[in-house]
Write a protein that binds this ligand. Sequence first.
Ligand SMILES: Nc1ncnc2c1ncn2[C@@H]1O[C@H](COP(=O)(O)OP(=O)(O)OP(=O)(O)O)[C@@H](O)[C@H]1O
Length: 463
Amino acid sequence: MSTRDDRQEGREALSSERTRTLPAKDGGKVRLKLWVLSGPGAGKGRPLPVGSYLLGKSADCDIVLEDGTVSRHHLRLEVEEDRVVATDLGSYNGSFCEGLRFSELEVRPGAVLTLGETRLKVMPEDTRERALLLSSRDRFGALVGTSRRMREVFTFLERMAPVDSDVLIQGETGTGKELCAEGLHHGSPRAKKPFVVVDLAGIAPSLIESELFGHVKGAFTGAQADRAGAFERAQGGTVFLDEVGELPLELQPRLLRVLERRQVKRVGGNDYRELDVRVVAATHVDLEAAVKAEKFRRDLFHRLAVLRVVLPPLRERPEDIPMLIDTVLERLGKPPSSLSDQTRALLVQYPWPGNVRELRNVVDRVVNLGEESLPDIDPGIPGRAALRAGGLDLAQPFKEAKEQLVEGFERDYLKSLLKRCEGRFNRAAREAGIDRVYLRKLMRKHGLELSDGKPGADEDDAG
Ligand SMILES: Nc1ncnc2c1ncn2[C@@H]1O[C@H](COP(=O)(O)OP(=O)(O)OP(=O)(O)O)[C@@H](O)[C@H]1O
């Protein structure tokens, strides 16, 4: 997109892809900006002061859209103090707003206009939208979300994917960090090469080194053959280091070396092998705090966090819940009607400490076991189980009745969880979407132990 009058100013604004905060004009009128959301020139923006603008492919337009599907003189935008009017100039492919073709239209701020393959958005400059172009999409890879918070994240991710820099993804457990890493890989030129996941919380600390860097035969007891580590296996592709905060301090310099020199030496080996990998790391802990507490090296943190994205917890974006429920149902092969409106309403109100993973598990459970199995998910909002109260002594005081119900649910849930995860503690915590400390506490409360008698034994997950 280029302009006739202010081409120079426009070039500066467009190349930086940033906008300055401009003071509101006299009289408090809102300044507008035009953004290109998709099509050639996507991501570019330019100020839209009061005036008349001719948009089209022709070089004599005020705003030139270099899009073969746009007519030479496609649309006129009349920007007045208090309104914007768009008029289609008899274009070949037509002008559309929110899916409807128009010949003349008053454009409300935030509306998306589609001209050929180009989608344009008129927005006030002095909202947060000016600082960050919100993605018009409600998904990135397998991540979905309609909330403003997630669309901001999608904007970052869309820009990060094709860039080869390493990325750090932060977010509570179950917020979709792994899906995010997968999306970055699939959106990158490395998409056809391997995507190798290393879950550092799920591997016994003594095995992490060999898992990451590989080993040579005889390097340690049990090393019966040479083995490539995750970095070598991902050659040409992406390595996803999940829970990178769990990397033991003594191994951190080795990871730093890999990141800086793109070379790896197998445990017990002598030669360095050249690597061509992108590293995406994730953590649910506050790594800055870990740096302050000297549990995580500052230099490694800065090296990992070349690009950083934070996934917001689900409780801060409840508007995403309906779409997430539908996505989970679709992935389970169930129709949207599998959940009643009443159940959906309950699910939208719950704060979801285990985030999307917990939501997925509850939907899965309700769909397979019936709505009666809906746990009492909020003290203020009795679930179906509480309403049904099967087997409960309803003559008890409310508090006791509720405790009895919750305890029964916890016990059943833990038993089924541990069975499903074959007693693997870390996996169980991840599947349940709860913190390991909390899981350990719950297991103790219910006298449940892993097969080796030690709730929390990490070795079980090493394989
Ligand atoms: N925005 C989303 N859209 C669709 N599914 C999602 C989204 N976020 C998470 N999920 C689903 O929730 C589950 C957990 O996601 P994921 O494993 O990516 O989370 P995580 O942040 O990596 O968790 P952890 O920190 O425990 O490893 C998965 O089943 C995933 O498909």
